[in-house]
Design a protein around this ligand. Structure first.
Ligand code: SDX
Length: 431
């Protein structure tokens, strides 16, 4: 961390002071303003944190101008091409890709933690059948701390590691349980002979009435490959809203399950992870190519709250590298999965992208398809229901959330996050 200084002068008072200019390995330098109030009696103001770094992190790097996304230094397209989701999870959580033996140990431990406490099933059954699965996820994950009292000494690195592994392992089991509950089908237990993504598909779609045949006969490898890819692409993304929520909650020393549940709540918003579900609803509302111009005009109309879901990004101002990879995968998955060769919504999405990218408004505001624009096309081809799309994002992002949680909890001198404000209310007054 190299340091230069920057002098800030308050012209109205003449006060000035030097502040450190910090530079990371790569990326935009930052001014350390932590002593600004002490030195100059000032706060900074940055709603939405457009220009604010909240922490130091070695996990993920994004260059919004160049469309670069690195997990622990590895470019996302290489990881998407060469790794499985659990290999990437190990990389994010531990800093390095594991050797074959270490990866086998890691995956064995994930399998050991996959089972849910049997009492959780009555908790899940307590939800109304039509509860939104994201509402169930927030509740069930938050309740994990009620089921797992042991290993909750947050000062113990081993307790932290076990908690992180538990969440990585249990998230797909809880997700599939929510889906099975919503359709009134029996809960399916995870199996030790299946990989992480094979297990998820089995827990989602296998039927007790189905004659047992081996996995090669009923879990489509095209679907497994597509899931690994989507989970890798959604695994982490620097200090996005849900990850920042996990970090802020964790700064109070709250238990990790409650902190991850807070992240799930933040991810659910349509401006964030909820966008993938909103994209499918938007494409279904647009319906046909001839209706695209009308919706593009709606998206541009300041008086219309409608936004083109799956477009735009706080950081990426040229293209989201994940959207590029997913668009290409859509062709392969739709070709490869029997019965989904042609999806009119995919054709519509391609036309909508073409139209938007040639529209002055979208060009001027640098609005491009983001990770959520095409992911739903693949989830739909995998028969994942639309209201489960953000749950899929939750499964993947758990790897990122627990990695950031582990990173910040291991950092010495952690302090509670507590931003200030500009007060615009009444001055002191008497009743
Ligand atoms: C994710 O942060 C992350 O890394 C998130 C994420 C991750 O992996 O964690 O990448 C995942 O959340 C992706 C984003 C998914 N959300 C959507 O697709 C919802 C639609 N997009 C927008 O709501 C918006 O683009 C955001 C929320 C993504 C970004 O919001 P910003 O950076 O605050 O941008 P903004 O709202 O200030 O918009 C800038 C301008 C505005 O116009 P002006 O006020 O300048 O005239 O662009 C316009 C906006 O009105 N605009 C859009 C638009 N997005 C921005 N206009 C129409 N349609 C859109 N989608």
């Amino acid at each position: 961390m190299t340091e230069e200084t920057l002098t800030i002068r308050n012209n109205s008072t003449g006060k000035e002071a030097d502040f450190s200019l910090l530079k990371g390995t790569i990326g935009t330098p930052v001014i350390d303003v932590s002593s600004l109030n002490k030195k100059m009696g000032l706060f900074t103001y940055d709603p939405g944190f457009m220009s604010t770094s909240s922490c130091k992190s070695a996990i993920t790097y994004i260059d919004g101008e160049k469309g670069v996304l690195l997990y622990r230094g590895y470019p996302i397209d290489q990881l998407a091409e060469k790794c499985s989701f659990l290999e990437v999870a190990h990389l994010l959580m531990n800093g390095e890709l594991a050797s074959d033996s270490k990866q086998a140990e890691f995956e064995h431990e994930v399998g050991q933690h996959a089972m849910l406490h049997e009492a959780m099933r009555s908790f899940i059954d307590g939800f109304h059948y039509d509860a939104h699965p994201m509402a169930m996820m927030v509740g069930i994950v938050g309740s994990l701390s009620a089921f797992y009292h042991s290993e909750l000494d947050m000062n113990d690195p081993e307790h932290r590691r076990i908690s992180a592994m538990r969440m990585l392992a249990k998230m797909p089991v809880i997700a599939a349980a929510c889906y099975r509950h919503s359709i009134g089908f029996p809960f399916v237990y995870p199996r030790s002979d299946l990989s992480y993504c094979e297990n998820f598909l089995n827990m989602m779609f296998s039927l007790p009435s189905q004659k047992y045949i081996d996995k090669d006969n009923y879990i489509d490898p095209v679907a497994v490959k597509a899931l690994n890819l989507l989970f890798i692409l959604h695994a982490d993304h620097e200090q996005n809203a849900s990850t920042s929520t996990v970090r802020l909650a964790s700064s109070t020393g709250a238990n990790p399950y409650a902190c991850i549940a807070a992240g799930i709540g933040a991810l659910w918003g349509p401006a964030h992870g909820g966008a993938n579900e909103a994209v499918l609803s938007m494409l279904e509302e647009i319906g046909t190519v001839d209706r695209i111009p009308m919706f593009i005009e709606k998206a541009k109309d300041k008086n219309d709250p409608f936004r083109l879901m799956g477009f735009g990004h706080r950081v990426y101002k040229n293209f989201d590298p994940r959207a590029t990879i997913i668009r290409k995968a859509c062709y392969e998955v739709l070709e490869g999965l029997a019965g989904s060769e042609k999806d009119p919504l995919f054709e519509l999405a391609l036309e909508l992208e073409k139209y938007a990218l040639n529209d002055e408004y979208f060009i001027e505001k640098k609005l491009y398809p983001n990770v959520d624009f095409y992911s739903g096309i693949i989830y739909k081809a995998l028969n994942i229901p639309v209201d489960m799309f953000t749950v899929m994002f939750t499964i993947a992002r758990t790897a990122g959330w627990v990695s950031h949680w582990l990173e910040m909890m291991a950092e010495p001198g952690q302090r509670i996050g507590r931003p200030r404000q500009i007060y615009t209310g009444h001055d002191i007054r008497n009743i």
